[in-house]
Write a protein that binds this ligand. Structure first.
Ligand code: SF4
Length: 425
């Protein structure tokens, strides 16, 4: 099958064997992969469990059981060795690993006749843009795509544009290109680019598209993008407008949303049962109240007062490049709506994606405050993004009715632009 690709050429990546993904992800295996791993005859001499103990059953009825790779006591994959390397890879080569491990951190999404490629920023090498260019990786990407992209992908319908409007692939990609164009300039702060994109996407959400297509849509996009530039621009002295304070109701919704991003869902956490769920419920209550100390959701965090995270921590200038690259890779790769993001429409998907910015900066502040610092470093922001992007589009809770309603509430209250400005100061 010949597949034509859109590659995120602004991004570099090679694996640097940090073992991070093998500690974070629960890897589901197909029956074929399970049988292949069983036939590899792992013994105690290899440092692994044996036979069926290599797997955990995690879902499915008795006639269609689903399995994932078992994990060690600290949550790491059973095949991760002391040097942080995969034992299957070391003994039988890359191709012998489960497909989910081989694909990571790539993500493939249908885009009409093409397939777009995106990357997961839960991988530290993606975040720091370290490794070979996407052009150099193109052969490997094509090989992986052949294994995961289904036949007939070009017939898959485009994501909805909004809750009431659908357009065809060419118009949807036209609008997506316009979002990318808003996020591209390197001389405009990321906070302004996000607010401008949200501004004109709000107009898209209110428009009808039955007579707005092709060249007329391009003209309409030019007009609303210009309106956004004029509405959100620097003041006479060249500075950007000051941050407005989010409302207390907006603050509650935002903290609850951020708590979901700050969680750690390793295989060990997923199987922690009622005790784990009770701990999460208690943590959610504290996040809703927003008083006292923030409960440490992962070992990297220390309990610090909620109010200490609402002081200005600054935004390191180096982070501007990371944020521009992050949003452009996600937008170009359609990694924020449709099948890549719980089937949500494009406008809603971008509103959710924009919220990852203040949520990540809140987590970055928590990392800094846990080390008794009151200023963010670029490393804090990078580390926080590996935590938040781990969930984005992958943890089922983010596609739930409750989570989507929370995003909707923040949109209707006009809180997202305020949160973006507030946590960037
Ligand atoms: S997290 Fe990234 S760099 Fe680390 S082992 Fe996984 S793919 Fe490689």
């Amino acid at each position: 099958m010949a597949i034509s690709f859109t590659l995120p050429t602004i991004q570099n990546w090679s694996c640097h064997n940090c073992g991070g993904c093998c500690r974070q992800h629960a890897i589901e295996v197909t029956e074929e992969e399970r049988q292949r791993i069983l036939s590899q005859d792992w013994t105690a001499n290899d440092g692994t469990p044996t036979g069926d103990s290599l797997f955990e059953r995690h879902a499915g009825p008795p006639w269609a059981k689903r399995y994932r790779l078992a994990h060690q006591a600290d949550g790491a994959c059973v095949f991760l060795n002391e040097q942080g390397l995969c034992r299957i890879h070391a003994k039988f080569g890359e191709a012998a690993k489960p497909l989910a491990c081989r694909i990571y951190p790539y993500a493939f999404h249908p885009a009409g006749k093409q397939v777009t490629v995106s990357l997961r920023f839960s991988c530290p090498s993606v975040v720091v843009n370290r490794g070979r260019s996407m052009k150099q990786n193109a052969d490997e990407i094509k090989q992986l795509a052949r294994a995961v992209v289904p036949e007939g992908h070009e017939r898959m319908p485009p994501p909805a544009l909004s809750n009431r409007e659908r357009v065809d692939w060419s118009d949807l990609l036209r609008i997506n290109d316009a979002i990318d164009a808003t996020m591209a300039p390197t001389d405009v702060p990321i906070t302004i680019k996000l607010q401008r994109a949200l501004f004109w996407l709000n107009l898209i959400e209110q428009s009808r598209f039955d007579k707005l297509s092709g060249a007329r849509l391009t003209e309409f996009l030019d007009i609303i993008q210009q309106a956004a530039d004029e509405d959100i621009q620097p003041m006479a002295d060249g500075r950007w407008p000051m941050a407005e304070i989010p409302t207390s109701l907006g603050g509650v919704q935002f903290r609850l949303l951020t708590a979901q991003y700050a969680r750690k869902d390793t295989a060990a956490d997923l199987s922690s049962g009622w005790r784990g769920r009770w701990k999460l419920f208690r943590a959610a209550t504290k996040f809703a109240r927003g008083r006292g100390n923030v409960p440490a959701l992962q070992p990297i965090f220390r309990e610090v007062p909620f109010e200490s995270l609402d002081q200005p921590f600054g935004l390191p200038t180096e982070s501007e490049e990371l944020w521009t690259r992050y949003f452009r890779v996600k937008v170009q790769g359609l990694h924020f709506c449709g099948p890549a993001y719980y089937g949500v429409p494009l406008v809603e998907g971008f509103q959710s994606l924009a919220l990852i910015f203040p949520a990540t900066l809140w987590i970055a502040r928590w990392i800094a405050a846990s080390q008794n610092r009151t200023q963010l470093t670029a490393e804090d922001v990078s580390q926080a993004l590996t935590i938040s992007d781990h969930h984005h589009g992958y943890s089922p809770i983010f596609g739930s009715f409750g989570f989507r309603r929370r995003v909707r509430t923040l949109v209707q209250m006009g809180e997202i632009p305020k949160l973006i400005q507030w946590y960037a100061q």
